[in-house]
Write a new protein. Structure first.
Lengths: 264, 773
């Protein structure tokens, strides 16, 4: 719906023009950014520590090593992650317990940062279907793919669909296709997926459906708006805080399901 | 209680001894029989004695018996003077003639004596325009728009490039009460705000009240824009219209019975989408994008004392992409009025109004189709009285009740993936009662004081939710139909006073308090039809505005130049903003997404106006601030509202070269909008994310633009007149920033850049207008 307004505006104003400009932005003290994922699929916890940088500078390479990072399961068992340099910390072979919460703790430079994420039950994808379309606005003729799954009834579910076309994974946060079951609870869902163009015969499409927790769904929705994937808001602001103590970033524990189709 | 006491004292304090008689009647335009609103009646022999016509052209003046010269006057018409020997009550209906030709306008204007009503009128200045007086002002795509002309006056700021929405004295765009023949218009714009819903051909005049708002108006916090539709020619058949780049218009009007009743029908349809047909892109050819307006009005004089009016507006925007996607929205209003003259001093008007706004999406076709629908519908009854007590006191009082039905959203269809979802309807009853007196004290002092009571009953049936401070639901309760969920009420004092220092200058002061019980939710920069209106409820408190204003008015060179300066301070309570990532559409618990704060606005406005001569126009300058404080935003620190434009200048010039040609130009300049820019960035999943530190801590680049227009009044024929208007929007092609976005450099993904989008660079347009006389 949001992109609609963008389209409307563009049509109404086919006379607009764009240019890159210089903007004088304030400098602020760097803030800590913690990006953490626990992927049930490979039983691995990955975490990266970095700092914010000035907007027009290249992203900071001053990675933060030497932090103490731990993950705690629902039974209170604490397991440390190992620093491997470049601000990265890792823990492999960490067996997932679905429908439980995990706590992540980072101790860096005397400050402690905490958050939790719930590892939701996996919703399994059904085979991908596709359908020919003679052309949809802005897209030439081709095929829509449909992701199909049965949404569990009576619980709130939140999803990210990550599409790969011919082996190229669209893993950027702005390419994530977010979904919830606010309007589709308990249904057999068939949702059309398309990227900047429709698919053509011979394309191999992989879909990864991640089952995420509500906090992360909100976080990614806001991140997408902020990153410009959505409509310009009157007053942009930082996304909801996932970490305490003022750290940016997120921690997502998730499981997933994959399907592949070749369009014939 | 104290108010009642003060009122009674004021009303019983005047006593009269001499025999008094009343002159009353209506004032009309002689060419078409249209009622004149705000026309002036003065008595030559008496200082500071006079009145103005009400919205239906009615006036009443009560004086001691004697012989007087009455002066009947309205801007743009020939003044009439009539000697009357007042020895009994008399009825005097007046029709004012238009000047014979344009040259006579100049002579007449220069010679007209005492055109200083701006100095002597009570109350703060009302900004008033009729479409005729602004027809030469250049506008975007040549589409005459009275809302855009209002934006060129002090204290009124545009909602953005080419936009018909506006902010008055630091208030929000939803704080303007926009009335079309007394019916509130909920979404006054077409095509995302680029055109207003007001078709100039159907409009008689527009009055803007930005301070000292009369007690008869209520329901919005910042201003009142009162748009009156034309009544239609009651002398003879008339047709007029125009052809423009964006739209065409046609108006038909005729008497029902000559001098007794008339009707007018005016239609406008845009055809912007026809340009898309020429597009090289195939997929644009299936696009439909247009709007239309239909205004219709009829009036009939049943008896000497009774007159009825029926008016309606229907407008719709439609956007269709092939068969798969449709989006349409529109307003409809209907007003039925009955004027009744109880006696020659006592005027009554009874009104029944229907006002609706809705939008609708339809997506997909066949088995998979589904749609989203939302609407707001009002029934509104009003009873207003004007009592012309004597020549020093004009009393207005009345009552008003509005029943609102909000349907915030429904998703329906047969698509298996989606559950049908119908958000519960919300109901409310908005009540108002007011009394106001316009009073003259001596020859130099005019006051207007009034009080409005407003009440708002938020009612079932429905579920009312309670939220914690983070916006999470903590409880809910069900209510039956008509059961009160929450009742709000307030007293709204309205006061204005003017002191006439001399014939050439005066000072005026005002105070008003306004309650606003409906709120428009919008968190985008453009004006979207999906910006839903929500009622005050157990969570959402009514917005309250208090404003004080002080002004000085001076006329120079025989009233050829008018200068005014006004200062104001406005305090706003219970203002609304949104939580991060708020979901405003199809959300039954939308109230949990809102946060509440306060605001203040203050400023200085200057206006220099030249009203007569070959060269007319005005210069307007506003120095102002508009600030907000929310506990949940910007760490609780005060920040600039988007419309906090510190400097705002508009220059409007119209030059009559000769009988046939009028050259006009405007120049506007304002400080860039307050906006939030990132102060840093970080990475999430390989994407750069801007990092924000403060709300609206930056400024867009300053905005300025010049427009030029040339109107050619082609050779006049007896039965036919026509003109051609050529205009250029943004003459020197200034690249004003519409948006500034921060994004990855497409050529080098390791870098980020700021990109400015400019909408309109040098847009020429041409419009042809005709009129059968």
């Amino acid at each position: 719906m949001k992109t609609l307004f963008y389209i409307l505006t563009v049509i109404a104003l086919s006379v607009s023009c764009q240019k890159v400009i210089d903007v004088d932005l304030n400098e602020t003290n760097p803030k800590i950014v913690i990006e953490a994922n626990y992927t049930a699929e490979d039983s691995t916890v990955r975490l990266r520590l970095s700092l914010t940088t000035s907007y027009f500078e290249p992203i900071s390479t001053s990675s933060l090593n030497g932090a103490t990072v731990t993950i705690t399961d629902a039974n209170g068992v604490v397991t440390p992650l190992t620093g491997i340099g470049s601000g990265d910390y890792i823990l492999a072979n960490y067996i997932p317990a679905f429908n439980t919460s995990y706590r992540m703790t980072v101790l860096h430079d005397g400050e402690i940062y905490n958050t939790t994420s719930k590892l939701s039950n996996i919703v399994t994808l059904k085979p991908i279907t596709y359908e020919y379309s003679p052309g949809f606005f802005g897209l030439g003729e081709g095929y829509f793919c449909y992701q199909n799954y049965d949404d569990p009834i009576g619980v709130s579910n939140f999803y990210i669909a990550v599409i790969s076309k011919n082996g190229y994974e669209r893993s950027k946060v702005t390419d994530f296709i977010l979904g919830d079951d606010r309007l589709t609870d308990g249904n057999s869902v068939s949702r059309p997926l398309f990227i900047d163009s429709l698919f053509v015969i011979g394309d191999t499409i992989d879909i990864e459906l991640r089952s995420i927790d509500e906090k992360i769904f909100k976080y990614y929705s806001e991140i997408q708006t902020i990153a410009g994937a959505g409509q310009a808001t009157a007053a942009p602001s930082n996304p909801i805080a996932i970490w305490d103590n003022g750290a940016l970033g997120y921690f997502s524990a998730y499981g997933n399901s994959r399907e592949t189709v070749v369009i014939l | 209680m104290r108010f009642i006491l003060v009122f009674s004292l004021l009303f019983f304090s005047f006593c009269s001894h001499a025999q008094k008689y009343t002159v009353s009647g209506t004032m009309k335009d002689a060419t078409n029989g249209e009622d004149m609103f705000g026309a002036v009646i003065k008595v030559k022999e008496l200082d500071n004695v006079g009145t103005t016509t009400n919205a239906y052209g009615f006036y009443s003046l009560t004086l001691d018996s004697g012989e007087y010269t009455f002066i009947y006057r309205s801007t743009g018409f020939q003044t009439q003077e009539i000697k009357i020997n007042l020895v009994n009550d008399i009825r005097k209906d007046i029709e004012l003639m238009l000047p014979k030709d344009v040259l006579q306008i100049e002579e007449m204007k220069v010679s007209a004596e005492k055109e200083n009503d701006n100095i002597t009128s009570s109350g703060m200045n009302v900004t008033k325009f009729d479409p005729k007086s602004i027809e030469t002002i250049p506008v975007l795509f040549g589409e005459k728009d009275i809302m855009k002309t209002l934006q060129l006056t002090p204290g009124v700021k545009t909602a953005g490039e080419g936009n018909s929405g506006f902010f008055v004295r630091g208030g929000g765009a939803d704080q303007n009460l926009i009335l079309l023949d007394e019916a509130p218009v909920y979404n006054a714009s077409h095509l995302l705000g680029f055109f207003s819903v007001f078709n100039s051909d159907a409009i008689k005049d527009v009055s803007l009240y930005k301070s000292g708002i009369p007690a008869e108006y209520g329901g919005r916090a910042s201003s009142v824009v009162d748009v009156k539709m034309r009544d239609g020619n009651n002398k003879k058949f008339g047709a007029s219209g125009g052809l423009g780049l964006i739209s065409s218009r046609l108006t038909l009007e005729a008497p029902i019975v000559k001098d007794k009743g008339s009707f007018i029908i005016s239609g406008r349809r845009s055809y912007a989408d026809l340009f898309l047909k020429l597009s090289r892109k195939d997929d644009l050819k299936d696009v439909q994008l247009f709007f239309y307006d239909l205004n219709a009005k009829a009036n009939y004089r049943i008896s000497k004392k009774d007159r009825i009016f029926l008016s309606g507006y229907f407008g719709r925007d439609k956007f269709q992409l092939g068969e798969d996607f449709g989006f349409s929205w529109g307003n409809a209003t209907g007003t039925l009025r009955w004027n009744h003259l109880i006696n020659d001093k006592f005027f009554s008007n009874t009104t029944v109004i229907r006002s609706t706004f809705d939008y609708e999406f339809s997506i997909g076709n066949g088995d998979d189709a589904f749609g989203i629908r939302s609407s707001i519908k009002d029934w509104n009854v009003k009873q207003d009285f004007t009592y012309y007590l004597n020549n020093n006191n004009t009393l207005k009082f009345g009552v008003n009740a509005i029943h609102h039905t909000f349907k915030p959203g429904a998703l329906t269809g047969n698509n298996e993936s989606f559950n049908e979802i119908v958000l519960q309807s919300r109901y409310a009853l908005e009540l108002g009662a007011y009394i106001q007196n316009e009073m003259k004290i001596g020859t130099r002092f005019n006051v207007m004081y009034g009080l409005r009571y407003s009440g708002f009953n938020y009612m079932g049936d429905g579920t009312d939710y309670q939220f914690d401070t983070d916006g999470n639901e903590i409880g809910s309760k069900n209510y039956n139909a008509w059961e009160s969920i929450k009742y709000y009420q307030g007293l709204e004092p309205r006061f204005s006073a003017s002191y006439i220092i001399s014939e050439k200058n005066s000072i005026k002061a005002s105070y008003n308090r306004n309650y606003q019980y409906l709120h428009q939710l919008s968190n985008s920069t453009s004006s979207n039809p999906t910006d839903n209106w929500v009622p005050s409820s157990s969570n959402v408190k009514p917005q309250i505005a208090d404003q004080v204003a002080l002004g000085y008015y001076q006329n120079l060179k025989k009233n050829v130049y008018q200068i005014s300066g006004e200062v104001y301070y406005k305090a706003l309570a219970n203002q609304i903003d949104y939580r991060n990532g708020a979901e405003l559409i199809l959300n039954d618990q939308v109230e949990g997404e809102l946060v509440y704060g306060t605001g203040r606005a203050y400023g200085f406005e200057f206006l220099l106006e030249k009203k007569k001569g070959k060269f007319t126009g005005w210069l307007s300058y506003t120095l102002s601030r508009s600030l907000r404080t929310f506990a949940d935003i910007n760490d609780g620190k005060e920040f600039s509202a988007r419309q906090d434009r510190i400097h705002d200048i508009s220059i409007v010039m119209m030059y009559r070269i000769n009988k046939a040609l009028v050259l006009s130009g405007t120049w506007v300049y304002y400080t860039g909008d307050a906006i939030t820019f990132p102060s840093g960035k970080y990475e999430v999943n390989g994407t750069f994310i801007p990092y924000y530190t403060e709300r609206n801590g930056y400024r867009m680049p300053d905005y300025h633009r010049m427009d030029l227009g040339l109107t050619w009044y082609m050779k006049d024929r007896k039965k036919f007149e026509h003109n051609l208007n050529i205009s250029i929007y943004n003459l020197y092609a200034r690249e004003n920033a519409y948006t500034i976005t921060f994004e990855e450099d497409p050529d080098d993904p390791t870098k980020t850049q700021a990109v400015q989008t400019t909408l309109f660079k040098l847009i020429p347009s041409i419009t042809y207008n005709f009129k059968l006389k």
